[in-house]
Design a protein around this ligand. Structure first.
Ligand code: 5GP
Ligand code: ZN
Length: 139
C-alpha cells in the first residue's frame, strides 16, 4: 500500500530517482541525501508504514538480515570498519520522514562521532519503577 503524498513511497517505487544500492520486490535501499558519513544508506520498504509500530511483522523479520548484508558490503567496498543501524520513531525521536526506514551508517576509524549520550545515574528504585511501568504496558 502506498501513501499519496509520501516522498519515500515515490522513491521506493522508482517514481523519483535515487542512488539505489539494492532492490527487490519488497525493499529499496538508497543513499541518504544528507549523509552522516560516506555511504549512509536508507532501507525503505516499498509499501508504506508510518513507523516500526505499524510495520508488517513478516517484513520486519527481513529488515535486520538485509541491514547486515548492506553493512557487510559497506565494510568490503568503502573501507569502513563498522556501521550503526539507526531507526527513528516519532518527531521527538528525530523522525522527519514518516515512512518507516532504517539508517545504515558506515563508521570509519577517523570518525565522525555519532550516536552518543551522557549516561544517567538513576537509583535502583527509579530503575525498578521504570521497568515496572513499561512491563505493565506491554501488550
Ligand atoms: P529520519 O530523520 O526520518 O530518521 O530520516 C530521514 C532521512 O531521510 C534524513 O537522513 C534525510 O537526509 C533523508 N532524506 C530526506 N529526504 C530525502 C530524499 O528525498 N532523498 C533521499 N535520498 N534522502 C532523503
Ligand atoms: Zn510512504
Amino acid at each position: 500500500m502506498k501513501k499519496d503524498d509520501c516522498i519515500f513511497c515515490k522513491i521506493a517505487a522508482g517514481e523519483i530517482p535515487s542512488n539505489t544500492i539494492y532492490e527487490d520486490s519488497e525493499f529499496r535501499v538508497i543513499l541518504d541525501l544528507g549523509p552522516a558519513s560516506t555511504g549512509h544508506a536508507l532501507i525503505l520498504p516499498k509499501n508504506h508504514y508510518d513507523d516500526v509500530c505499524t510495520l508488517d511483522r513478516d517484513l520486519a523479520a527481513k529488515v535486520l538480515p538485509l541491514a547486515a548484508r548492506i553493512g557487510e558490503a559497506m565494510k568490503k567496498s568503502l573501507g569502513c570498519t563498522g556501521f550503526n543501524l539507526v531507526q527513528n520513531n516519532g518527531r521527538s525521536a528525530g523522525q522527519t520522514v514518516f515512512h518507516f526506514h532504517v539508517h545504515v551508517i558506515p563508521r570509519y576509524e577517523d570518525g565522525p562521532d555519532m550516536v552518543s549520550w551522557t549516561p544517567g545515574k538513576p537509583t535502583a528504585e527509579e530503575m525498578a519503577q521504570t521497568a515496572e511501568k513499561i512491563r505493565s504496558a506491554l501488550v
